[in-house]
Design a protein around this ligand. Structure first.
Ligand SMILES: *Cc1c(COP(=O)(O)O)cnc(C)c1O
Length: 368
C-alpha cells in the first residue's frame, strides 16, 4: 500500500475567487487584496494569480520584497507596500513600480528628494495614524505635508488602519473614522482607504474609496462568528493521513511526557503533522481535548503534539471504521480555523501564518 503520510495545505482557489466577489459586493468602494506574509501562508503567487483572474487589480503587501513578487505575477497591477524601508528599498520600489505607503516626514522627504534628483514624479500613498499607534503620520506631521506638498510626489491614496474593526460594538471604530475624516478634509481629492476585513463588515461609511481585506478573502469571519451569517467560505484546509493504527495497552502513556496514561486498551491513530507544520502544541496541553476530523467524525487528540506528529484516540464506536490512509483534517471546512485559534488563545491570522514552510501547498480550483 502506498499511502502518502505528509501534511499538506489545500488551498481552494475557487473559494478564494468567490470570497473576493463577496467582498466586492459588500463594499461601496473598490477592493484591494492584502497578500502580505505569503498571502497569509497560502502561497503568494497562486493567490495573486487567482485574484487577478477574479478581477482584482490592487494589492497590498507589508514589505518591498513581497511587492517585487507580486509585480512578477502581475505586470499591470497596482501594488502598495505598507511598511517599506524607503531609503534601503528605493531602487526596488521604483524599478518595480511599487507604491510605498509613506508614514513619516523622513520617508516623505527622502522619497521626494530622490524623485527630484531623478526628475521623475512618483506615486505614493500616505498612511495616517488615527489611533492604532502603529505606523502613520501624526496630525502635526501631516499638517506639514499639507502646507508644503512636494512637487515630486503624487499622493494617490490616503490610508489609515482600524484597531478594533473585529468588534462592531467598539466605539473606537467611530472615533477613528471621525479622525480619518478630518485628515481627509485636508486632502479631499485623494482616494481614501480605512477598512480591513473587519471594517468591510462594519457599516458602509467605513468603506471610502478602497477597502483592504486580507483575512476575509482567505475565508475567515473577521468578526469571529458574531456575524449573523457567514458570508465568506473557507479557503484553506490542513490535512494529513493516518500513518499507523495500533492498540496501546492500558497503563501505558502516550506521547512526550506521557501526559496521558491509558485507563483501558485504546485504539490509536498516529498522524504525521506536528507543531513544525503549524499544529499548535497547546492543542495537546489544554484541559479539554481538541478534536480533529477524520472519516466524517471527530477524533480527540491524545497527549502532546510532537514536532512531526500527533496521536488520535480512535476508540469511540463512531471511529471504528477509521483505517490506515484516511484523511485527517486539522482545520478546514469541517473544523473552522476560528475554533482552533480560540482553543489555543490566538487568532486565525496566527494559525494561518504558522503553517510550516515544509508543508506543501496544493491548489484546487473548482470553477465556482
Ligand atoms: C494586514 C493589514 C490589512 C488586512 O487586514 P485583515 O484584517 O486581514 O483584513 C489591512 N491594512 C493594513 C494596514 C494591514 O496591516
Amino acid at each position: 500500500m502506498t499511502t502518502k503520510i505528509t501534511p499538506r495545505l489545500e488551498v481552494d482557489l475557487g473559494a478564494l475567487r468567490a470570497n473576493y466577489r463577496v467582498l466586492c459586493h459588500q463594499s461601496q468602494g473598490g477592493v484591494g487584496a492584502v497578500v502580505k506574509a505569503d498571502a497569509y501562508g497560502l502561497g503568494l503567487t497562486p493567490v495573486v494569480d487567482a485574484l487577478w483572474d477574479a478581477g482584482c487589480r490592487t494589492f497590498f503587501v507589508a514589505f518591498t520584497r513581497e511587492g517585487v513578487l507580486v509585480r512578477k505575477s502581475c505586470p499591470e497591477a497596482e501594488v502598495y507596500v505598507l511598511a517599506p524601508s524607503v531609503e534601503a528599498d528605493i531602487k526596488d520600489l521604483v524599478q518595480h513600480r511599487l507604491k510605498p505607503c509613506l508614514y513619516s516626514l523622513d520617508s516623505y522627504h527622502f522619497m521626494s528628494q530622490w524623485c527630484a534628483q531623478q526628475q521623475s514624479v512618483c506615486p505614493v500613498s500616505l498612511h495616517v495614524d488615527t489611533g492604532i499607534n502603529r505606523l502613520g503620520f501624526t496630525d502635526q506631521e501631516f499638517q506639514q505635508v499639507v502646507e508644503q506638498p512636494s512637487p515630486d510626489l503624487t499622493v494617490d491614496l490616503l490610508m489609515s488602519h482600524l484597531a478594533c474593526a473585529d468588534d462592531p460594538a467598539s466605539s473606537y471604530n467611530e472615533k477613528q473614522k471621525a479622525k480619518f475624516l478630518r485628515f481627509r478634509s485636508l486632502m479631499p481629492d485623494v482616494k481614501a482607504s480605512l477598512a480591513n476585513s473587519g471594517g468591510v463588515f462594519l457599516d458602509p461609511s467605513f468603506h471610502f474609496d478602497l477597502v483592504r481585506p486580507g483575512l476575509a478573502l482567505f475565508g475567515c469571519d473577521p468578526h469571529y462568528s458574531r456575524l449573523a451569517s457567514p458570508r465568506v467560505r473557507p479557503v484553506a484546509r490542513l490535512v494529513s493521513e493516518v500513518a499507523q493504527i495500533k492498540t496501546a495497552v492500558r497503563g501505558e502513556g502516550v506521547g512526550y511526557g506521557t501526559t496521558v496514561i491509558l485507563e483501558q486498551d485504546t485504539r490509536i491513530g498516529v498522524v504525521m503533522g506536528g507543531y513544525a507544520d503549524g499544529i499548535n502544541r497547546l492543542l495537546g496541553e489544554s484541559s479539554g481535548p481538541y478534536n480533529f476530523f477524520v472519516a466524517g467524525s471527530r477524533a480527540p487528540l491524545l497527549g502532546r503534539v510532537s514536532m512531526d506528529s500527533c496521536t488520535l484516540d480512535l476508540s469511540d464506536q463512531s471511529l471504528s471504521k477509521v483505517s490506515l490512509g484516511d484523511v485527517v483534517e486539522f482545520f478546514g471546512p469541517n473544523l473552522p480555523i476560528e475554533d482552533l485559534a480560540k482553543h489555543v488563545g490566538t487568532i486565525p491570522y496566527e494559525v494561518l501564518t504558522q503553517v510550516g514552510q515544509r508543508v506543501a501547498r496544493c491548489y484546487v480550483s473548482d470553477a465556482r
